[in-house]
Design a protein around this ligand. Sequence first.
Ligand code: PEP
Ligand code: CO
Length: 474
Amino acid sequence: MSSPDWTPDSWRSKPIKHATPYPDQASLKAATAKLGRLPPIVHPREIIDLKAHLRDVAQGNAFLLQGGDCAELFDYCEQNSIESKIKLLLQMSLVLIWGADKRVVRIGRMAGQYAKPRSSPTEIVNGKEVPSFKGDIINGHALEDREVDAGRLVQAYHHSSATHNYIRASLSSGLADLHRPLDWGLGHVKDPTLRAKYSEAVNSMTDMLRFLHTIGANRTDKLDTVDLFTSHEGLVLEYEQALTRLLERPRITPTACSEPDGVELEPAVKEYYDTSAHFLWIGDRTRQIDGAHVEFFRGVANPIGVKIGPTTPVEDLLPLLRTLNPTAEPGKITLITRYGASRVAELLPLHIRAVEGSEFRRCVVWQCDPMHGNTVSTPSGVKTRRFRDIFSELRQTLLVHRQEGSFMGGVHLELTGDAVTECLGGGEALDEDDLSTNYTSYCDPRLNEKQALELAFLVADHYRQERRPLVPQI
Ligand code: PEP
Ligand code: CO
């Protein structure tokens, strides 16, 4: 329950970073009033379910896979983009289930990832200084659309709800039905050792699914469909506030046998839910303990992520967690770590020791974001990331958690189901000359479908190698 000194607008009295400079207060008021009347996009029941799954992740019993675009455009609200992302997350999760031997919780970084904090308010395009593109919810990428427009808040709602609608419709109609054969397309992997490794994984998963089919165990709803939750960075607080509602906390539905006549149900509890997505995170640039973003998110019942990295002092962690999660509710907070391959081994152990040595032991989800600490520019100024740096941060993170006795609960990736050429390396060995072939990101470089699957194979392989010595030799 939120504390008595919190209200949905108490963030307005706090210092705020990356505030949106709305030029026209009347249209901002009209837009937020409209959002305030529209129905919630997600339901508290789903939010509470996700929090329960994240509690399992925090305790080492499930794995969290979160992925999607850096900057989602309204134009990505289209059948193919949505389906290819769902399919990719599903395939990656199958690989991870096989490798980690744990249930996988899936969260799309989609259906609302429309806002970007930018390091500079302006940029030079064709020799002219123009406002930076801050994501479709704030302004447009086309040069003539760079002014902030509050009407985009309402457009964001409609694109988000249309995307949610299609995700729900396609999942309930069998898009993620594991009875269908999956196309693993490994032909691009040039290195024969890697190709053999990936093929072994695919063969073993195919055998497993065939076996389930043979014994009829696939005829359960678990294999007919899967859950996919949604998330975005909660940057534009005007939007998040307008979609935050005081709603009854869903109760466990009593069954006829579990609730004999005369037993009183617990009184209804009302809580604030940010109904724009199931999971919201606070970015690396807006996580100041006394700032507006932390103030807003401390009051909602959703599970909340916080990005932490080289600029997070160890001594900030406990005050941050105590502010956002004063009752130490397991699964409530996900710490999304992003240090970079060259810093992770030095910094992560210090962060883990501070948290796991406190009342938050086994309470937070430790999730590795191996993307944001590994962004580099090519000599010609193209933003990219090397596949080997991404995997290196991930591997080191896994090893550090093992040494410290904590769990790496999951991964947070920027990826797309399309055949883009934005990150270097991977099985296709993309090099700098390839980047211009299909570079379509409007912000950070994403893993393409093949690179994302390969990363899942490598993580799965890591887990299997780790388990191997523990298997008794007969
Ligand atoms: C992002 O996730 O796109 C992002 C901006 O990350 P960070 O806040 O970690 O820099
Ligand atoms: Co990004």
